[in-house]
Design a protein around this ligand. Structure first.
Ligand code: ATP
Length: 419
């Protein structure tokens, strides 16, 4: 027994015409082939939440790839089969893509591994999903088009704003769901259900996150960082002690939280006012500079390897740390000190340094950016060469003049007097 509603009117009202036509067409093909066809998961969740989502995941009770092939032939579009997962993707001419899967039950040979797949019915397919809110389907076949299948009280959880797993071992079977729970909770401003919180904590404590491969964790972290308000998710990860299980020796203390908060604030400021420094920045690397700033070298190297960070990650972190420590010690900081410091750093390091500077120095750093941007030397390398400067001497002299100008030790236009 389960709840059914018909949501075809809602679909009609909310979805773009061509999506609606496509879904009806898929249903008609399903009926022609006597195959039950459903749209499932995030699409259904967001339809009920009135949130736009055009990621269409189709599940059929039958052979997914075979149905996909039939549809592709009818519509004369491209399709690609993913044998291993018994799924396929259809590619429309305008780049639009939909995925077609076979209803399946996944079983896990051992915890935290990718699932093995077995053919099954829609209910079992939905049961293996992460949270109740993601476990609804809408039937697309002609006769029953728009029937919402809600086996697990998903609609109620959506209405009450609750993130809930469907069975107790959910997190053990796939610990990346721990990060997904937090992501959805923050995205929709929902609450993770109490029992689900307990399962999460237990799974974290029993070190199941450590069993997941680095790239899978990294993917979920990147997804969290792409959400509009990642700071809250990171704090939540701190509360659940997830940070120290992903990054050994990194404890989410109030001090660390202040730095993370500053990072978000400053990153926004950089994006608005100093965009050139954010252009090639990977925000995850930046966040990890902050989270791993007190972590011992050996551990950082291990983390580097586990999550596929650049090989010079530790060295860059150490170099940036040295830079802000040096600046923070200065009694009378001058622009030339910033110049010496900044010239050896990349953008990620510069932003991290900005986070770690004392307030007055940080203000001076931004003034330095403005100053250096508008600074123009009235002599150039060629002129110095003609005067007999050679090789490195030229670069050194130009830098010396730049620093003198920055410090107002010489007036613009008077550089020639000093060569
Ligand atoms: P988003 O809006 O972020 O794309 P989504 O719910 O569509 O959210 P996807 O990662 O695209 O997320 O996954 C599609 C569907 O597949 C989900 O709605 C969920 O039902 C299921 N799913 C995805 N990842 C998992 C997982 N780790 N465990 C169980 N089910 C999952």
């Amino acid at each position: 027994k389960y709840d059914t509603f018909n949501v075809s009117k809602k679909m009609q009202k909310q979805l773009p015409k061509r999506i609606m036509n496509l879904l009806r067409l898929l249903g008609a093909y399903g009926s022609e082939r006597k195959t039950p066809v459903y749209v499932v998961g995030g699409f259904v969740r967001d339809l009920l939440l009135n949130v736009e989502n055009l990621d269409i995941d189709i599940v059929v009770e039958g052979d997914g790839p075979e149905f996909g092939k039939f549809v592709a032939e009818q519509l004369m579009i491209k399709y690609v089969v993913h044998e291993k997962f018994n799924t396929c993707s259809l590619f429309f001419k305008d780049g639009f893509r939909i995925d077609v899967a076979t209803a399946r039950t996944e079983y896990y040979e051992s915890p935290a591994e990718l699932p093995k797949v077995e053919v099954s019915t829609i209910k079992k397919d939905l049961y293996r999903r992460d949270f109740s809110i993601n476990a609804m389907a809408i039937k697309l076949n002609q006769e029953t088009f728009g029937t919402l299948l809600d086996f697990f009280n998903s609609k109620k959880d959506l209405e009450e704003g609750i993130i809930k797993v469907l069975y107790s071992l959910s997190f053990v079977e796939d610990p990346t769901r721990i990060l997904r729970a937090i992501r959805f909770e923050q995205r929709y401003n929902f609450q993770i259900d109490e029992q689900t919180c307990e399962y999460m904590k237990k799974t974290v404590k029993n070190e199941y996150l450590e069993k997941v491969t680095g790239p899978r964790i990294r993917d979920e972290l990147e997804k969290i960082l792409k959400e509009p308000k990642p700071l809250k998710s990171i704090r939540r990860m701190g509360e659940f002690k997830i940070i120290s299980h992903l990054f050994p020796f990194s404890y989410y203390t109030p001090t660390l939280d202040k730095d993370v908060e500053k990072l978000f604030e400053l990153y926004g400021y950089f994006e608005k006012n100093y965009k050139q420094y954010t252009q090639n920045v990977r925000f995850l690397h930046l966040l990890l500079f902050v989270l791993l700033q007190y972590t011992p070298e050996e551990t950082v190297k291990f983390i580097e390897y586990r999550y596929g960070l650049p090989g010079n990650f530790y060295d860059n972190l150490a170099e940036a740390r040295e830079s802000f420590e040096k600046l923070n010690e200065l009694k009378h900081p001058q622009y030339s000190h910033f110049f010496d410091c900044i010239k050896i750093l990349n953008s990620e390091q510069i932003i991290f340094v900005a986070v770690k500077l004392k307030e007055n120095l940080r203000e001076k750093l931004f003034k330095y950016f403005d100053k250096i941007e508008n600074l123009e030397l009235s002599v150039n390398g060629k002129e110095l060469k003609d005067k007999g400067y050679y090789g490195k001497e030229i670069k050194n002299k130009l830098e010396e003049l730049t620093k003198k100008l920055l410090n107002d030790e010489i007036k613009p236009g008077e550089e020639r007097k000093y060569i």
